[in-house]
Write a protein that binds this ligand. Structure first.
Ligand code: DAK
Length: 258
C-alpha cells in the first residue's frame, strides 16, 4: 500500500517507519495517524517483522505534536471522537502490540509526539531531543494518553510538574526522569536503535509478545498481573520456540526461532 505521510523500509526482521512531514516538523495530522495505524496493523500480522522503529524525517524533529492547524476549530464532540479513535487505533494499539516498538526520538517530541514515544515499548533519544507535554500552554491537556503514560513511567510528581508547567526538557533530564532508556549521538540514532532491535529479534517472538502482555497487565486494573503472568508463562511451554530454545541450550548452539 502507498503512504503519503510515512515511509517504511523492511529489512532483517525490522521495520523502520519514518514520519515524513519535515516541513511541519512531522506534526501528526489525522491522515498521518491513520497511516501509522494501518502500517502498524500490517506489521503486527507480518511474521517477517519482529521489531519496529518509529522515527521522524530530518534531524530537527521526531514529531512536534498533533497538527495544531488541523484541530484548532474542533468542537467538543469532534475532539472527543478524535481523541477516542486516536487512542484506540494508534496509541493504545502500539502499547498492546506483541511486536516491540522502539521510538527513535530525533529532536522535538512535543505533545502528541511525546505521547507517541510514551506509547512505544522502548525510547531511544538523540542528544538533541527536546520533549514535553505543553498542551496546557494551548488551553488543552494531553489527549492521546499522556497524562496516564507519563505518570506510569515517571511517577505522579514528575508528570504533574512537567504537564502543569508545560516545560520542555532535554535528553539528559528525560533520562534522569526515566522517560528515555538511552541517549545516543544524533548521527548514530538509527544505528543504535537497529542494534537494540537486532538483539530483540534474536529472541523468541512468542516470548517477547507474552512478556509485553504480562508487563502491560501490571497497569490494567481489571487484571491480576501475577495471575496473568502465570498464564502467559505456562503458555510458553506449548510453543515451538521453547522447544527450540531448550534444545539449542542442550546442544550448545544458538537457537533459531521461526
Ligand atoms: N502543528 C502544526 N504545524 C506545526 C507544528 C504543530 N504541532 N509544529 C510546527 N509546525 C510547523 C510550523 O507552523 C511551521 O510551519 P510554517 O508556519 O512555516 O508553515 C513549521 O512547522 C516549522 O516550525 P517553526 O517555524 O515554528 O520552527 P521553529 O524551529 O521556529 O520552532 C518549535 C520549533 C517546535 C519550537 C515550534 O514549531 C513549536 O512550538 N511548535 C508547536 C509545538 C506544540 O505546541 N506542539 C503541540 C503540542 S499540543 C487532540 C489530541 C491530542 C492533541 C490535540 C488534540 N484531539 C483528540 C483533538 C495534542 C496536542 C498537542 O500535541
Amino acid at each position: 500500500m502507498k503512504y503519503k505521510n510515512i515511509e517504511i523500509t523492511n529489512d532483517n526482521y525490522m521495520s523502520v517507519i519514518t514520519i515524513n512531514r519535515p516541513k511541519f516538523l512531522n506534526a501528526l495530522n489525522i491522515a498521518t495517524i491513520q497511516e501509522l495505524s494501518k502500517a502498524l496493523f500490517n506489521v503486527e500480522k507480518n511474521k517477517e517483522i519482529r521489531c519496529v522503529i518509529i522515527t521522524g524525517e530530518g534531524n530537527k524533529s521526531f514529531v512536534a505534536g498533533a497538527d495544531i492547524k488541523e484541530f484548532s476549530n474542533f468542537t467538543k464532540k469532534e475532539a472527543f471522537e478524535m481523541s477516542k479513535n486516536g487512542q484506540k487505533n494508534l496509541f493504545d494499539y502500539i502499547e498492546s502490540m506483541r511486536t516491540p516498538v522502539i521510538s527513535a526520538v530525533n529532536g522535538y517530541a512535543l505533545g502528541g509526539g511525546l505521547e507517541l514515544a510514551l506509547a512505544s515499548h522502548i525510547r531511544i533519544f538523540s542528544e538533541n531531543a527536546k520533549v514535553g507535554l505543553p498542551e496546557v500552554s494551548l488551553g488543552l491537556i494531553p489527549g492521546y494518553g499522556g497524562t496516564q503514560r507519563l505518570s506510569q513511567l515517571c511517577g505522579k510528581g514528575i508528570a504533574l510538574k512537567m504537564i502543569l508547567s508545560a516545560e520542555i526538557i532535554d535528553a539528559k533530564t528525560a533520562f534522569k526522569y526515566g522517560i528515555t532508556n538511552l541517549i545516543v549521538s544524533n548521527k548514530n540514532l538509527i544505528l543504535e536503535s537497529k542494534k537494540l532491535a537486532k538483539q530483540i529479534c534474536n529472541n523468541s517472538p512468542n516470548s517477547i509478545g507474552n512478556a509485553i502482555e504480562s508487563i502491560n497487565a501490571c497497569f490494567n486494573f481489571n487484571l491480576d498481573g501475577f495471575e496473568y503472568e502465570i498464564e502467559k508463562f505456562s503458555d510458553c511451554f506449548n510453543s515451538s520456540d521453547f522447544k527450540e530454545g531448550a534444545s539449542a541450550f542442550m546442544e550448545k548452539r544458538k537457537p533459531t526461532f521461526n
